[in-house]
Design a protein around this ligand. Structure first.
Ligand code: V55
Ligand code: FE
Length: 493
């Protein structure tokens, strides 16, 4: 067995851990609000074996599912376990990597042909009493939410035709329906996109396929009360490049971006494609919503190019981090009129990992939170994650329905500190905006890190965490998380 490449994607906080851990009764400082009762699930990529290619990166890591359980008696337990994907099993059998480059099956060991190569490493999705570990290049794996045992690849009881399901789903809180899509739905570099609706009971009730304007990395989408919105940014794939052993993604700054809009219960033939600016890219949307005049607003963490250097550089784009412009950006369209261009306005800071209350999904909303960089940091940031640097400031935005939302509160971290994406836990107290729960990483020395889970009053960020739970084991950066209230787990037991 070789060793891990000594690149930023495999060293420092990104150094592989690969240990399954279970810890009970974690040390708690402060007071855990009684409303924070349930489980915080996290998806953590962690390569079990050194990659076949030295230029591999953090998106290829084997999915681990982690659970922080906030128990009725105020204690907190921690567990992390590999998702036992077909790929992880095949590699564990020989004790080495058998799959090649990120999303390029033509670089795999020949005997792996036809073996599911997804690593299920991006989002733990909770819906209809099932926990699915999702990654956009394949179907999700279902895991037991209590034991974290892997139950197998999941296709909605045989109903799903698409070969892929996004890691970014949207749930309408009022109807309980799950909306998702899968892109490259019938194979590598395909333009086919499957748009799916799942009832509150978990039944896949609709799957319709359409063609994207080109094969793009469709990482996230949005719903509003009446529409489904599919953004297309010019990070593109190409079958000939894949067959030649190249990268799955190149960013093409000369191409237009697009926003596809259709009635969310309509027919895919009704999609209207609104044109956006050339070359831009977003990983995550904060929300989409309709105003009183029927205009449709689409709020995304937009960047001037793809945020990942390992996608830009093979595309021939060489930029310093400070040359990349970003802002929470609103695209407004009239979904009833002819498809034209989006109307664009900057409405917030640069950054990513937008969070809103689950109840506001697809609805007009007032509040949002996101991660950003502290412009006044007095020291080095924390080097970690796929971008290379962790976000070090949590920001709250107010007035999201206005033309000029404002950052009203912020919680910066000290030098060499970084946030993982928060989850929002609602509060039953009228007027209380709820809690944010997240892992905070702090570098304390040369290759030494301290990890805590923080609970922050989402209406009083400046006060700092109301509770800090130490996680006394080495953690790798998370991608996304999900909050499941205790009552929804109690019915399973
Ligand atoms: C992202 C993450 C992925 C992936 C594609 O954060 C995009 C964005 C963890 O895997 O495969
Ligand atoms: Fe994501």
């Amino acid at each position: 067995m070789g060793s891990f490449p000594q690149t930023p994607y495999f060293t420092g906080l990104n150094e592989p851990v690969g240990q399954e851990v279970r810890l009970t009764g974690l040390p708690v400082q402060g007071t855990i609000p009684p409303e924070v009762r349930g489980s915080f699930y996290r998806a953590v990529p962690d390569p079990a074996f050194p990659p076949k290619f030295a230029d591999d990166h953090t998106l290829s890591g084997d999915g681990m599912v982690s659970r922080l359980s906030f128990n009725a008696d105020g204690s907190v337990d921690f567990a992390i376990k590999f998702v036992e994907t077909a790929r992880h099993k095949a590699e564990t059998e020989l004790g080495r990597a058998r799959f090649g480059k990120y999303r390029n099956p033509f670089t795999d060991d020949p005997e792996m042909a036809g073996v599911d190569r997804t690593v299920a490493n991006t989002t733990p999705v909770w819906h209809a009493g099932k926990l699915l570990m999702a990654k956009e290049d394949g179907r999700p794996y279902r895991v037991d939410p209590l034991t974290l045992e892997t139950l197998g690849s999941y296709d909605f009881g045989g109903a799903l035709k698409s070969e892929t399901m996004t890691a970014h789903v949207r749930i309408d809180a009022a109807t309980g329906e799950l909306f998702f899509y899968g892109y490259e739905a019938d194979g590598q570099a395909s333009t086919k996109v499957a748009y799916c609706v799942v009832g509150a009971d978990g039944t896949l009730s609709s799957e319709q396929w359409f063609d994207a304007p080109y094969c793009a990395m469709m990482h996230d989408f949005a719903i509003s009360q009446n529409y489904a919105l599919f953004p297309i940014y010019p990070t593109t794939s190409d079958l000939d490049r894949l067959k030649a052993g190249g990268e799955h993604w190149h960013h093409q700054p000369e191409l237009d971006s697009w926003l596809g809009v259709m009635p969310r219960y309509g027919n895919v033939s009704e999609i209207k494609w609104f044109k956006g600016p050339k070359g831009v890219h977003s990983y995550h949307m904060m929300n989409a919503w309709e105003d009183a005049d029927g205009l449709l607003h689409f709020d995304a963490c937009l960047n001037s190019t793809n945020a990942f250097a390992f996608i830009r550089e093979p595309s021939g784009i060489f930029l310093q981090p400070w040359e990349i412009k970003g802002a929470l950006t609103r695209w407004t369209v009239d979904p009833r009129g002819p498809a034209g261009e989006v109307k664009e306005s900057e409405i917030g800071p640069p950054g990513d990992f937008p969070v809103i209350p689950a109840a506001k999904q697809g609805q007009p909303y007032d509040l949002g939170w996101m991660l950003t960089m502290n412009p006044d940091l007095q020291g080095p940031p924390l080097f970690a994650g796929p971008v290379g640097v962790s976000f070090n400031m949590l920001a709250r935005l107010d007035g999201m329905q206005s033309a000029a939302p404002q950052v009203t509160q912020a919680l910066p971290l000290p030098p060499m500190g970084g946030y993982n994406e928060p989850v929002h836990v609602p509060s039953a107290t009228p007027g209380h905006a709820g809690w944010l729960v997240m892992i905070v990483d702090q570098q304390t020395g040369d290759n030494q890190f301290h990890h805590e889970c923080w609970i922050v009053d989402s209406g009083n960020l400046g006060a700092g965490p109301v509770a800090r739970i130490t996680i006394p084991t080495r953690l790798r950066p998370q991608v996304h998380g999900w909050w499941v209230p205790q009552a929804q787990l109690d019915v399973l037991a």
